[in-house]
Write a protein that binds this ligand. Structure first.
Ligand code: HSE
Length: 437
């Protein structure tokens, strides 16, 4: 059979990795796809930089040379960001080309519009590389778990922040130094606040939630809190209590809607996912039939991400000639079967909490605090009061609560902070048991 022709947009970390893997494993890939996957041309920003890697591959600095080339069957978008990526993807679809993309930002923000356009044109848009790099989590959720009603999923889906948290815990490294290292290793986003403030994880969580629950992409409704306010002190106290702190993306089917949230989370240290360190990613998915399943691997980097891009290329190549109605739907569920289950506001989310506060070491302070919690219907699970440091009058009090509603905790925190005996703000970190039941 004649080769399928691919045009690459971008030859940076992931684009370079994709070209390398396609070339190195060409025989294996052809045996799987049933025909050769041939890169016909690539668009790059900097010709000089790309030439060495590209070899005899024709290069251009105008991405429309790729998108409008009638010879090209599949456009691989690896430039990232919203524009011009959105325009290029929409133009590729309008030209009747399939699209493979690693662009989580684009899919989380404009996925609904992109899939509708692709549906209308009968082309595929594949995006395995957009979530958790090399881990085939889209495939697993969309196809492997299609018998299940997904109850919840929780993922470490930003390698940079996991790398930072790990280095801070293991080596006591400074935040800035570790971030710099992550940038040098090619893990960090162009704007590293996306990594540190949980935005990149929220993009990926939005995509996972859509496929898990058959809902449209709703990035703007995701709650996003990053790791920049975490202190070494909290990491240590969490460990003393038997927990690790991870930046988790959590999507959960609750009674009145769907919880969609990214935030630092205490997890029992005995859970496998609590031991996912460095830049590695992991996604824990709970299906009603299968129970909990865990997917682990490299969430970023040239070849791990290329692994997902090339797998999508193989899929698209195999299904290229199939009747569009017999292909796996973009969001796992048939497009007319998407659900309008609402995303819950953060106030309505139910979880447990770690609270740390500084208080003057005098009679009645603990009684005042526990009274406020009791009045807010918050039950205490564990409590530790640290001895004051030499010459200090204030002590650190750490409380773990049972599961409660976020708005009750917020109200209680405001009252605790207003107490004369309490200094400064209460540190609040959510806690999830992630138990199988
Ligand atoms: N900045 C991302 C991360 C890259 O650190 O996980 C992969 O999406």
């Amino acid at each position: 059979m004649k080769p399928i022709n691919v045009g690459l947009l971008g030859l940076g970390t992931v684009g370079g990795g994709t070209l390398t893997v396609l070339r190195r494993n060409a025989t294996e890939i052809t045996r799987r796809a049933g025909r050769e996957i041939r890169v016909l041309r690539a668009a790059v920003r900097n010709l000089d930089k790309a030439k060495l890697l590209a070899g005899d591959l024709p290069l251009s600095t105008n991405p429309f040379d790729v998108v409008d080339d009638p010879e090209i069957d599949i456009v691989v978008e690896l430039i990232g960001g919203l524009e011009p990526a959105r325009e290029l993807v929409m133009q590729a679809i309008a030209n009747g080309k399939h699209v493979v993309t690693a662009n989580k930002h684009l899919i989380a923000k404009h996925g609904n519009e992109i899939f509708a356009a692709a549906q209308a044109k009968g082309v595929m848009v594949a995006f395995e590389a957009a979530v958790a790099g090399g881990i085939p989590i889209i495939k697993a959720l969309r196809e492997g778990l299609s018998a299940n009603r997904i109850e919840w999923l929780a993922g470490i889906i930003n390698g940079t922040s996991n790398f930072i948290l790990t280095e801070m815990r293991d080596k006591g490294a400074a935040f800035e130094d570790v971030l710099k290292q992550a940038q040098e290793l090619g893990y960090a986003e162009a704007d590293p606040t996306f990594d540190i403030e949980g935005i990149d994880a929220a993009h990926k969580l939005t995509i996972l939630s859509a496929i898990a629950f058959g809902i449209p992409m709703q990035f703007d409704r995701a709650y996003t809190e990053g790791i920049s306010k975490l202190t070494r002190e909290d990491v240590q106290y969490a460990e003393e209590l038997g927990y690790r702190i991870k930046l988790l993306g959590i999507a959960r089917r609750a009674e009145n809607g769907i919880e969609l949230r990214v935030h630092p989370t205490l997890i029992p240290e005995r859970r496998l996912i609590a031991n996912v360190d460095g830049a590695m990613n992991a996604v824990l998915v709970k299906g009603d039939a299968v129970g909990p399943t865990l997917y682990y691997g490299a969430g970023a980097g040239a070849e791990p991400t290329a692994s997902a891009v090339v797998a999508d290329l193989v899929d698209v190549t195999r299904l290229h000639t199939a009747d569009p109605h017999h292909r796996v739907p973009h969001l796992a569920f048939q497009p007319d079967q998407l659900s309008d289950t609402p995303i819950l506001p953060m106030d309505e989310v139910r979880t447990a909490y770690y609270l740390r506060l500084r208080a003057f070491d005098r009679p009645g302070v603990l009684a005042d605090i526990t009274r406020i919690l009791a009045d807010s219907h918050i039950s205490i699970d564990a409590m530790v009061q640290k001895e004051p440091a030499e010459g200090e009058e204030q002590v650190n009090i750490i409380l773990l609560t049972h599961i409660t509603v976020e708005k009750n905790v917020n109200a209680a925190i405001a009252k605790i902070e207003a107490l004369d005996a309490v200094a400064g703000q209460v540190m609040r970190i959510r806690l999830e048991e992630l138990a199988a039941k």
